[in-house]
Ligand binder design. Structure first.
Ligand SMILES: NC(=O)C1=CN([C@@H]2O[C@H](COP(=O)(O)OP(=O)(O)OC[C@H]3O[C@@H](n4cnc5c(N)ncnc54)[C@H](O)[C@@H]3O)[C@@H](O)[C@H]2O)C=CC1
Ligand SMILES: O=C(O)[C@H]1O[C@H](OP(=O)(O)OP(=O)(O)OC[C@H]2O[C@@H](n3ccc(=O)[nH]c3=O)[C@H](O)[C@@H]2O)[C@H](O)[C@@H](O)[C@@H]1O
Length: 459
């Protein structure tokens, strides 16, 4: 099938490449010339495991092309996907400007029946808005608007796209349904269901899924904070509760708040939708408040320990991306933490396997950038683990202890075991677990609340 994808970012590029991989002819369109030029050479502008191999193969097979020209780009396309940004507006609502502008442009250039598919995350009722914009210049018999939310996760985007848990399609048109069914057959054959529903339910499903997952994280973050105070270990609590099949094991990891380009903006947008409909969606408002608070927790722990004036201290940060296996730093908790540390006068050296360039664009020379995870540690007073990249999971602890001024780790992702930290003699704080404090330098005496907290037993 001939397809056009408008917007070649994380979603558009993965969608286009994966559709090409199942034999379709795909034209990816983007206004960013640099991006398109890079892609034409088979290079991905983003870090996404497994993507470049598929990209190169499908370009070589002439199934995947890139252009900045929407007119030639959509020519012959039976289906046009919109994978455009829907950033939060000032009031928290999803900004539909990109989607509606492109719909307006399409209304003037479509000449034969085309299915316009919205893959961007958009509020309930957007399919109708897109339909209205298209209808201004286009006979309604020449198009259908379909909602087809995307559920891929960055870092495993290719796998998620090729083997989705489910495909959700919102349309009332039998004609569009047939086209979408044909397009997604290769994915259904792998045993995954395709759910056809009305567009409003489909649009709402996307916000429901993201907000529910965000709620689980906020719930666990609060549970972690309570465990710390109660002398319980949130990891045991997580395992104990998650093995109930009604709860499930996934997405219960406490940390320093959810980040990324989607959860924060989508939860906010759902809250806005509720407000617009005069409904007090109380739990959603709390999810956001809890997350805002959680993002500050690691910085607070550091300040509780070292004092509010950090001007004589240097900190090594491992991990900047909002999660491992991506270079994406949109709404990454690391950015809040860096700002918090800088505001307290600290000096900060960072290392991330993929996200350094993106962070340089924000902080420039306000912080130092290390060439390796170990280089970041030199003369630092503490290591702060922010993102749980694999290479941080089992590091050379002797090297860490030697390089640091004090053997001191603040772990925002519970990457290390308490036993190990205790055995190795680190001062160690994590999320929702007891503090380990051995070998602490005399000048950094333990605050009283830490001593009280130590009464819990080790796991
Ligand atoms: N990033 C993710 O993991 C997921 C994102 N989504 C949703 O998908 C949508 C897109 O997200 P991302 O791919 O992350 O955004 P992105 O920012 O990575 O990509 C958007 C692309 O659209 C391009 N663009 C902007 N205006 C354009 C125009 N007029 N014509 C052509 N191209 C244009 C930009 O240059 C950019 O390359 C959002 O609604 C997001 O919420 C949904 C599921 C997963
Ligand atoms: O709409 C989207 O854009 C996507 O948003 C999320 O995917 P993504 O943002 O790529 O990453 P996640 O793996 O969901 O992680 C989001 C944030 O939650 C945090 N998280 C995740 C899981 C967990 O147990 N605990 C936790 O703190 C992560 O560290 C990260 O900051 C959803 O998982 C996707 O299904 C969805 O398509």
């Amino acid at each position: 099938m001939q397809l056009a994808i408008i917007g070649t970012g994380y979603v558009g590029l993965v969608t286009g490449t994966c559709f090409a991989e199942t034999g379709n002819n795909v034209m990816c369109i983007d206004i960013d010339e640099n991006k398109v030029n890079k892609l034409k050479q088979g290079k991905t502008p983003i870090y996404e495991p497994g993507l470049e191999v598929l990209l190169e193969r499908n370009i070589k097979e002439n199934r995947l092309q890139f252009t900045t020209d929407i007119n030639t780009g959509i020519s012959g396309a039976k289906v046009i996907f919109l994978a455009l940004p829907t950033p939060p507006g000032k009031d928290g609502s999803a900004d539909l400007q990109y989607v509606l502008d492109v719909a307006a442009a399409l209304s003037k250039i479509i000449t034969t029946y085309t299915v316009i598919v919205n893959k961007s995350t958009v509020p309930v009722g957007t399919a109708e808005k897109v339909h209205a914009v298209l209808s201004q210049h286009l006979d309604p018999s020449l198009f259908d608007v379909v909602s087809n939310p995307e559920f891929l996760r960055e870092g495993v985007a290719v796998e998620d796209f090729l083997k989705p848990d489910r495909i959700v399609i919102g349309t009332e048109s039998e004609k569009a349904k047939k086209v979408m069914d044909e397009l997604y057959q290769p994915y259904i054959r792998q045993g995954n269901p395709i759910y056809f529903m009305d567009p409003r339910s489909s649009e709402m499903t996307k916000y429901a899924a993201n907000s529910y997952l965000a709620m689980r994280i906020s719930f666990m973050n609060e549970m972690a904070n309570l465990c710390e105070r109660a002398g319980a270990n949130v990891d045991w609590v997580r395992i104990g509760m998650g093995s109930d099949s009604r709860i499930g094991k996934r997405f219960l990891f406490p940390g320093i708040g959810y980040g990324g380009s989607c959860f924060p903006k989508d939860v906010k947008a759902l809250a806005f939708t509720a407000q617009e409909m005069d409904y007090d969606y109380a739990i959603i408002n709390t999810v956001m408040q809890v997350n805002d608070r959680q993002k500050l927790i690691l910085g607070q722990k550091v300040r509780n320990y070292f004092g509010s004036d950090l001007s004589t201290f240097k900190f090594a940060l491992w991990g900047l991306a909002f999660k491992p296996e991506t270079d994406d730093i949109r709404d990454a908790p690391a950015l809040d933490l860096i700002n918090e540390l800088l505001a307290a006068g600290a000096s900060v050296t960072v290392f991330d396997p993929e996200a350094m360039e993106n962070v340089k664009q924000i902080f420039g020379n306000k912080i130092q950038y290390a060439e390796s995870q170990y280089a970041a540690l030199t003369d630092a007073h503490a290591l702060i683990v922010v993102t749980e990249w694999s290479e941080f999971r089992n590091p050379d602890f002797d090297r860490i202890a030697t390089a640091l001024v004090h053997p001191c780790i603040f772990d925002g992702r519970n990457v290390y075991s308490l036993e190990k930290m205790n055995e190795l003699g680190f001062y160690y704080e994590s999320i929702g677990r007891k503090t380990i404090h051995k070998h602490v330098h005399d000048t950094l005496a333990m605050p009283q609340n830490e001593i009280i907290r130590e009464r819990g037993t080790l796991d």
